[in-house]
Design a protein around this ligand. Structure first.
Ligand SMILES: Cc1ncc(COP(=O)(O)O)c(C=O)c1O
Length: 380
């Protein structure tokens, strides 16, 4: 390999280091308190999930063995899709290996060059990146600001063939969510296609954990729902659900992420089937998660600026600079507590943050040391 090429990489990496933006994975120490997981009900070691995965893997094999249009699509995938459709009140669906892939497939392929996408400014990178790679034009509206969205809609709705609006349910780095009922009112007025990424709402919100759409009674009005098995469902893989068969058929024929990738493993389909069953009926766990999230937010707000209008388990503590965020993360690590230090480009410049991600099995005693660290830190 040319030395010149490696030197170029090294230089860019050094620049990242100088800006406190360098990233590397660190093997998680299981003796540490984990406040950086999206496994909101700690189901990854659940016996039913492990058994279901084992049974399905023995029946269908360790992998799907091919892409879905060859021979990778198996009866367990069909069962999983039907389970999801039933849970999320939709008629047609498809599976992907990850939420990142599902979003890339959807956003790059579905809107065409005469279409417009209006998207929340804080949308997840799996969508943000796809916006730049697709052929449709896009504009961002201010975070959760549906007045700004309406302004953009009224100015643009007649200039394009089709307008899409994309939002997350619980925002992955902010823990807040849009007023979905108001969004649906806008949809009735302006007739756009509404896409909802329920990655973090799934399991956490709704009577049966189907997400923000269920919680707000708006499922029927959401045109396309994306979700992942990688968070409260304790596995990996993802899905796109809709009432429009042409959308699914179109993606099946156009999305490289679907056509050219070995399909979701039967083992993961088994995990998802078992976890959906648990999560649907996890009313107590859902309530515990809400309670601990509310308690933690109310304690934190005594020392730092934290939004207490929400009861979701994603709780950002905005620090500002990258350097201070890393320093605060280190204070937690010193006490055997793992938290996310989220920096640009994941979040806007100047809004680097500690991201606390809670789960339903946490006690207030376990969280007390965190409050203490934040209290001491806030004095400086
Ligand atoms: C809102 C949102 N969408 C999509 C994804 C991607 O999902 P996956 O982890 O399954 O690739 C994530 C994961 O971080 C997310 O937060």
């Amino acid at each position: 390999m040319s030395k010149y090429f490696e030197e170029r990489l090294k230089k860019e990496l050094k620049d990242l280091q100088a800006k406190d933006l360098f990233r590397e994975p660190v093997a998680f120490n299981k003796n540490f308190l984990n406040l950086a997981t999206n496994d909101y009900f700690l189901l990854r070691h659940n016996r039913n999930l492990l058994d279901a995965a084992d049974i399905i893997a023995r029946q269908y094999g360790t992998g799907s063995g091919a892409s879905p249009l060859l021979s990778g699509y198996l009866p367990c995938h069909q069962t999983l899709i039907n389970t999801l459709l039933d849970w999320k009140y939709k008629k047609f669906g498809m599976l992907y290996n990850s939420g990142f892939m599902a979003n890339q497939a959807l956003i790059k392929n579905l809107p065409g060059k005469n279409d417009l996408i209006l998207v929340d400014k804080f949308i997840h990178h799996s969508i943000a990146q796809a916006l730049n790679r697709g052929s449709a034009k896009f504009k961002r509206y201010n975070h959760l600001d549906l007045c700004h969205l309406e302004e953009l809609l009224s100015k643009n709705i007649n200039k394009y063939d089709t307008v899409f609006v994309i939002t997350e349910s619980i925002f992955s780095m902010d823990g807040d969510y849009p007023d979905l009922n108001l969004l649906v009112e806008l949809k009735k007025k302006y007739h756009f296609i509404l896409i909802l990424d329920e990655a973090h709402g799934t399991g956490v919100l709704g009577k049966f954990g189907a997400g923000l759409a269920e919680e707000t009674g708006t499922s029927k009005e959401i045109d396309i729902i994306i979700g992942t098995f990688g968070k409260s469902l304790a596995g990996m893989g993802a899905y796109i659900l809709t009432n429009s068969l042409p959308i699914i058929e179109y993606l099946t024929n156009k999305a490289g992420e679907y056509i050219y990738s070995t399909f979701l493993s039967p083992h993961q389909a088994g995990v998802a089937l078992a976890s959906i069953e648990i999560v649907k009926n996890a009313h107590k766990k859902r309530e515990s998660l809400k309670q601990i999230s509310r308690w933690f937010r109310n304690r934190l707000v005594q020392y730092v600026d934290v939004d207490t209008n929400y009861e979701t388990p994603i709780i950002p503590l905005i620090v500002g600079s990258n350097e201070s965020t890393l320093k605060l993360q280190k204070l937690f690590l010193n006490e055997a507590i793992v938290v996310g230090a989220v920096r640009p480009p994941t979040v806007p410049q100047g809004s680097s943050r500690i991201r606390f991600s809670l789960h339903s099995e946490l006690s207030t005693e376990e969280l007390d040391p965190i409050i203490l660290i934040v209290k001491e830190w806030s004095k400086k």
